[in-house]
Design a protein around this ligand. Structure first.
Ligand code: GAP
Length: 482
């Protein structure tokens, strides 16, 4: 059992062990922005590498790019972000706190359900689902809030501004002058860097449809509600792949990628019962989407999206063709056909993924009347894979431990630890999610053996010093989520 009923324990472990810190903490922090510490940066990098390997190394028709964060402002007009990348927000006039109007209503519905007022909850849900059809979206949401006397969750006041649309893109100045035309956006998704390079990739690589382009990188959104640790941030990292296919083959490709991506989450050690797919209902799809589904994880805050799979049709390439005036169609040499490819997109947030990995690995266990906290991470993702520990601080033991430490560093991330009792050191490494500890004792000096201790079941066995790396490699490969 993970014992997690809120994010609090993860937030606290993340800080105390150096996984994730609040940004600019010594100045009081910056809301919804986070920094990764020594353990966090390794974990995040390992997850990114696992994704990159899965998408590019394992597919001979998927290549990578690394596009800039700044892009031509017209990109965001073509993509629809300037006109439509909005959240409806409302302000509590007394506390000056800002809320997302739809989320405020959803919270109210959840409370009604909790209080046994299911009928009323259903009625409001119906109004929320059809908002935008009576007057405008903002007016309909405002009406629901006012008519149901929904109060501010922080101040308890019922003193609201109008509901307004709030564009989520950050804008900044570009170059030495500051005229309006010089404004550029920080990209709100990495996908557009792929679309605008589609022709470059086609012209310079040996790919032909169907093929994919993968990218990882920072994205920025001025989220109205950002109170859920790294689940919803204003600066975050995305890992996206656009798969270009012939129209007509898009439905199959979409189903295939949805399944492949779900399987990948299982392959990095996430327990099956905590994952599910949630297709978006047809009437809720974005105007360009033919189909869309979330891959959801059972976070301590409920079932939430970790990855989105979308069939984006030819919307993006058609828009960029129109706005740029450059032809973006594809000529199929074999069948002598010309068309604009459809795009199947897989889009996952790396920070949200890291949070999922931490939540799924987190365990509190009772051991001999004592409690231990342990992260049962997939050993390939663990920030420290091997701990090397001399049983006590004696030069003979240290000497052998240093040698083992040095040898293992060629293949694994290693931490040498000789401070404190052996039990305390094991617990420290359990909390860091270190799957293997190699302990050097006096018996081992006689017969060239050491003890390997396993994080998950705390079992120990003696192995020969010259087999340490091989044993770890084999056990890493055979590891199963438990
Ligand atoms: N190109 C499609 C796209 O960006 P999205 O559903 O808006 O789709 C994709 O975002 C993924 O990016 C989400 O599933 C989530 O994991 C991550 N994501 C989006 N907004 C985020 C935020 N504010 N903080 C952290 N991750 C976020």
């Amino acid at each position: 059992m993970s014992n997690l009923d809120s994010l609090d324990k993860i937030v606290s472990l993340a800080k105390s062990r150096g996984f994730i810190f609040q940004s600019s903490e010594i100045y009081g922090g910056l809301s919804a922005v986070y920094d990764y510490g020594p353990l966090g940066v390794e974990l995040k990098r390992n997850i990114r590498n696992a994704w990159w390997k899965e998408m590019t190394q394992r597919h001979d028709n998927i290549v990578g790019v690394d596009a800039a964060i700044f892009m031509h402002p017209k990109v965001w007009e073509a993509s629809g972000h300037v006109g439509g990348f909005n959240d409806p927000m409302i302000d509590d006039k007394q506390s000056k706190k800002r809320y997302r109007a739809d989320m405020l209503i959803e919270q109210f519905i959840a409370k009604l359900n909790k209080d046994g007022k299911g009928e009323k909850a259903e009625e409001i849900q119906q109004l929320l689902d059809t908002s935008g059809t009576r007057k405008s979206l903002t007016e309909d949401l405002y009406d629901i809030i006012i008519e149901n006397e929904i109060k501010s969750p922080d101040s308890g006041a019922f003193d609201w501004t109008e509901v307004r649309q709030f564009n989520l893109m950050f804008k900044t100045q570009f170059g030495a002058t500051s005229s309006e035309e010089d404004g550029v956006y920080l990209r709100p998704e990495t996908a557009q860097g792929i679309f605008v390079n589609y022709k470059n990739v086609l012209d310079t690589s040996r790919v032909s449809v169907p093929f994919g382009i993968a990218q990882t990188g920072k994205a920025f959104r001025n989220e109205v509600v950002a109170r859920q640790f790294v689940f919803r941030m204003r600066e975050f990292e995305q890992m996206e792949m656009q798969y270009f296919v012939e129209p007509g083959t898009d439905k199959n490709a979409y189903e295939e990628w949805l399944q492949k991506r779900l399987n990948w989450h299982k392959s990095i050690g996430i327990r099956e019962e905590n994952l599910r797919t949630a297709p978006h209902p047809q009437d809720k799809l974005a105007h360009y989407a033919r189909a869309a589904a979330d891959i959801q994880y059972k976070y301590p805050i409920g079932w939430q999206e970790v990855e989105g799979i979308h069939n984006r049709s030819d919307f993006d390439l058609t828009q960029h063709q129109e706005f740029s005036g450059k032809k973006l169609d594809y000529f199929d040499q074999k069948n002598q056909k010309r068309y604009i490819p459809y795009v199947i997109e897989t889009s996952v947030g790396l920070d949200r993924l890291t949070l999922m990995v931490l939540c799924d690995a987190y365990r509190e266990e009772e051991v001999d009347g004592d409690n231990r906290t342990v992260l049962k991470l997939d050993p390939r993702l663990a920030p420290v894979q091997v701990g090397v520990l001399p049983l006590i601080k004696k030069p003979e033991l240290q000497e052998l431990a240093y040698k083992i430490d040095k040898d293992l560093r060629e293949d694994f991330s290693v931490q040498y630890d000789e401070a404190g009792s052996i039990g305390k050191r094991y617990r420290r490494l359990d909390e860091a999610g270190t799957p293997f500890c190699i302990t050097v004792d006096f018996d081992g000096l006689e017969d060239s053996t050491v003890t390997i201790r396993h994080r998950d079941d705390m079992s120990q066995k003696r192995i020969s010093v010259d087999k340490v790396a091989d044993v770890i490699k084999t056990e890493m490969k055979n590891w199963k989520a438990n």
